[in-house]
Design a protein around this ligand. Structure first.
Ligand SMILES: Cc1cc2nc3c(=O)[nH]c(=O)nc-3n(C[C@H](O)[C@H](O)[C@H](O)COP(=O)(O)O)c2cc1C
Length: 341
């Protein structure tokens, strides 16, 4: 761990996050990002009709407002996903809501989609200089009743379509009450098919094809997972992100923070999210691209997701603990797995 990382890890987690992002922006403004960037070789991937310079992306939630796209892009990620953004700005849950569990290389968070809202996000993504692939992850406001969730997703889709390279419908945060119910049965069919149609219409208006992707939770039965996969396939989405954080705590039992409400990420979610990728890949016979995320820290954990069938990988917690080293290690792991697949 670098000295700067050691320093920020002494601060409370949210303050550390803010300090680290300020630091990143400063490095970028001074054209010094190369000093902390990953030493990646290009490894272009064609997925969902897009070209990714390399297959390792930043997962949603770190840059919720699109405020740091250029600085993060300079670190060597093959793609950046911003958000989750909701139509109106919202504060999220009361603090504390972010907990580090270094003994487990894990984080528990119940941020609750704290974000500055769509208008702010659109302003930021319009002005970005970063030329890599940019995904925008969209959600619903906490105050919007679940039965009106589609209105929020529609509003977000409309607003970001012109500026995003792909769009992610996030149905899997454990921190927006009942959101995960939208992942199943009729509500899922209705929501995804409506957004699919709207996205095609916007593709025609904006004269660009923007892939529509759905992000799912790791916490569902095998049967539910397969029926979610069938619904997403029938609705002609372009890809699936597997997975979000878990509400399971088995792997961290006994830790002082184990019973904090929220989603657990990092090493403890790694094997479950790989199982989800495997099940999706086998069921869909490779017909829908899968973006694998959950506990990727190093070569082995990246290779494991690739071998399970992921076309691209994302990281969040690995990047928090290891910085850019996690990006290069994941890229090496992806490449090695690719060769032996
Ligand atoms: C603090 C924090 C905030 C997150 N916020 C979001 C979010 O707003 N939207 C989303 O789709 N995923 C969010 N995630 C989930 C991550 O994108 C990722 O799916 C999950 O953490 C598993 O990957 P990891 O083990 O590499 O962290 C968040 C994760 C963390 C740790």
């Amino acid at each position: 761990m670098s000295l700067a990382a050691k320093f920020t890890h002494l601060l409370p987690p949210e303050a550390a996050h803010a300090a680290a992002m300020l630091g990143l922006d400063a490095y970028h403004a001074l054209r010094m990002s190369w000093m902390i960037a990953s030493d990646l070789k290009p490894n272009p991937q064609q997925v969902m009709g897009l070209t990714f310079d390399n297959p390792i992306g930043l997962a949603a939630g770190l840059d919720k407002n699109g405020d740091h796209i250029d600085a993060l892009g300079a670190l060597g990620f093959g793609f950046i996903e911003v958000g989750t953004v909701t139509p109106k700005p919202q504060d999220g849950n009361p603090k504390p809501r972010l907990f580090r569990l270094p003994e487990h290389q894990a984080i528990i968070n119940r941020m609750g989609f704290n974000n500055k809202g769509l208008e702010h996000m659109v302003g930021r993504i319009k002005r970005r200089k970063y030329s890599g692939v940019l995904g925008v992850n969209i959600g619903k406001n906490a105050t919007t009743p679940l039965e009106n969730a589609l209105d929020d997703y529609r509003q977000c889709l409309d607003a970001v379509h012109g500026y995003a390279d792909y769009i992610v419908v996030n149905l899997s945060s454990p921190n927006t009450p009942n959101l995960r119910q939208l992942q199943f049965g009729e509500p899922l069919k209705h929501l995804v098919s409506s957004l699919r149609e709207q996205c095609y219409r916007l593709d025609a208006v904006n004269e660009k094809r923007v892939p529509l992707v759905v992000k799912i939770a790791p916490d569902m039965s095998h049967d539910d997972l397969l029926s979610v996969a069938d619904t997403l396939m029938e609705a002609s989405v372009d890809g699936i992100i597997a997975t979000n954080t878990t509400i399971e705590r088995d792997a961290v039992l006994g830790h002082p923070y184990a019973q904090e409400a929220g989603g657990l990420s990092g090493v403890p979610v790694r094997s479950r999210s790989t199982e989800v990728v495997t099940a999706l890949y086998q069921h869909l016979k490779g017909e829908l691209p899968i973006i694998g995320v959950g506990g990727i820290f190093d070569e082995r954990s990246a290779a494991e997701k690739r071998e399970a069938g992921a076309s691209l990988l994302q990281l969040y917690t690995g990047f928090i603990y290891r910085g850019s080293d996690a990006i290069s290690a994941a890229a090496r792991g992806f490449k090695q797995a690719n060769l032996s697949r």
